[in-house]
Design a binder for this molecule. Sequence first.
Ligand code: ZN
Length: 136
Amino acid sequence: MEHLLRIEHIGIAVKELGAAEALYAKLLGSPPYKREAVESEGVITSFFKAGPNKIELLESTRPDGPIARAIEKRGEGIHHIAFEVADIRVEMARLKAEGFTLLNEEPKRGADNKLVCFVHPKSAGGVLVELCQEIA
Ligand code: ZN
């Protein structure tokens, strides 16, 4: 049985959403299909389709937010890889038992009608991993 079912989206940290949307619209050949703010994370997101996968652009709404801090440290670019899971609580328990560090103990509400949980990059080979489950 597979646990992480597919790459649902790749999250990209950007400084200015409007400029990044124009760039990615040119790159992907299609415009974003939605913008959504996630207050709890201090971000505005913009979503593009790329075949069965998505690109999520993230702009910080606060100077001390996680996206602002990531850009300060590493500049703009790939921020996280999100995997779709069937049951986020089951996968959180499995990864915890495997020794991964979860950044939230309970699934939280993310953008695009998802429950999400992040895995600390220090425990995942330097990659910030997001688990996401569509809210039924
Ligand atoms: Zn994401």
